[in-house]
Design a protein around this ligand. Structure first.
Ligand code: HEC
Length: 408
């Protein structure tokens, strides 16, 4: 039943050769975030400013809430694993892939938040390419990652052992934040747990659907994403899993991380490559792009501006003009489309929405260039309100990514 999805997930583990060699630098140092696909991991940027670092097929990227991404001093052509050390959140570790698809090595980020140093012996023929990289919350020298098997290191990544007992179809691995010998694996059939450093495995969250990712969170919590169910979490003392966040429909999470400074703030990578953000511990999610305007005050101000300027055509709450009369058109052969989930407002990135609203429609005089009436800030405020009517799926599929979501 989940064969196709399983193949897609397995493919993300073998991304290395497929993605290496595509250099965004050849196009532009900065690119709209919605054009970046193949994102494999993420971390809070220790340099601050609400930005994130992304492990991607383009190398290491810095993503900012204005919807842009730029290459960060690239240690390698592609980055397939990226982890924060929960014991020292400014310390990051990444796994790189060279242009030829060979291991470019592991790198750790120094305390200055800008110098990456190679971990000796991790590149070239004897090196490692690891997705789902993680650092133990109990011991910063203990690392886990995934290639064809689960790999473990007890010395900060210098030496790696391969777990022969790796469960079949493992998509991600997480080291426990509560028990030194406990490891979690997310697999085609839910989450498995090992209490003996990977020698034997038991079911923890059993499911017929794939668990696409598993991650340790602070406070001895473990989180996973189960396809078709959503985000699930458990306290490691009981391992009694609860469903926390739903509404992902046919999309799934590929990576998850928390803000060490504020554990209720979670960031996630969706299978489409989109970045989502939750400020309430995973219960509800918005897009990363424009999240700096997604606070209740801005949304309320945006609703007032929307009601006064846009609702007469686009309807209350963005339901569109004459929603009960599908055949209705104006003198130009259109009607004002729904701006909520129902039509395709979410096919536009924030920048695209800004341009459409600011410049108006060249083929319909009713949709005027609103930049002659409203300030840029007011237009951004209205966009924040319009987006507050969107589903998680619309955020997962926003902008250029919508192509990935068609027909599914
Ligand atoms: C007098 C009617 C009218 C008003 C008022 C109006 N619009 Fe429109 N709008 C339209 C029509 C008609 C279209 C379709 C134009 C087309 O397809 O060429 C449209 C298109 C759009 C689109 C593109 C939607 C898509 O799915 O591609 C956006 C976004 C939009 N309007 C936002 C706004 C905002 C924000 C306001 C208020 C600041 C506003 N509109 C006010 C009539 C209006």
């Amino acid at each position: 039943m989940y064969g196709k999805l399983g193949k897609a997930l397995a493919a993300t583990m073998l991304v290395a050769t497929a993605t290496a060699g595509i250099s965004m630098a050849q196009e532009a140092a900065r690119a709209p975030l919605d054009r970046v696909q193949s994102v494999y991991g993420l971390a809070i940027d220790p340099a601050g400013n609400g930005s994130l670092l992304l492990a991607s097929g383009y190398g290491l990227l810095r993503a900012t809430p204005d919807g842009m991404a730029e290459i960060v001093t690239p240690p390698s052509a592609a980055v397939v694993g990226l982890a924060t050390d929960p014991n020292a959140p400014q310390k990051l570790v990444l796994s790189g892939v060279s242009e030829t698809g060979d291991p470019a090595g592991l790198y750790t980020l120094g305390a200055d938040a800008s110098t990456w140093s190679a971990v000796p012996g991790t590149e070239g023929e004897t090196g490692v390419i690891l997705t789902s990289l993680s650092v133990s919350p109990l011991d910063g020298a203990k690392l886990a990652g995934l290639d064809k098997t689960i790999r473990l290191s007890a010395d900060g990544g210098l030496n790696w052992t391969s777990l022969e007992t790796t469960p079949e179809n493992t998509f991600s691995v997480a080291l426990s934040g509560a028990e030194p010998n406990r490891i979690f694996a997310s697999t085609m059939n839910g989450v498995l747990v090992s209490e003996d450093n990977g020698e034997s495995w038991q079911e923890s969250y059993s499911s017929e659907a794939p668990a696409t990712v598993v991650t340790s969170l602070s406070g001895g919590r473990i989180a996973a994403f189960v396809y078709g169910t959503g985000l699930v979490m458990a306290d490691e003392t009981s391992l009694d899993w609860q469903v926390v966040g739903t509404g992902f429909e046919d999309r799934y999470l590929r990576a998850l991380t928390e803000d060490p400074a504020s554990p209720d703030t979670l960031y996630a990578v969706v299978d489409t490559g989109a970045i989502l953000l939750s400020r309430n511990g995973g219960k509800s999610w918005t897009g990363f792009e424009g999240n700096d305007l997604a606070d209740p005050e801005t949304i309320a101000a945006g609703k007032t501006l929307y009601d006064n300027n846009c609702a007469s055509c686009h309807g209350a709450n963005g339901i569109g003009e004459a929603p009960d009369d599908p055949g209705a058109t104006d003198d130009f052969g259109f009607k004002a489309p729904a701006l909520n989930n129902d039509m395709h407002a979410w096919h536009h990135s924030d920048a695209g929405l800004r341009a459409t609203i600011g410049e108006g429609s060249p083929r319909n005089e009713r949709m005027i260039p609103w930049q002659e009436v409203l300030s840029d800030e007011e237009i951004d405020t209205i966009i924040a309100y319009v987006k507050s009517t969107w589903s998680v799926r619309s955020f997962a599929c926003q902008g250029a990514r919508h192509g990935t979501c068609m027909g599914q």
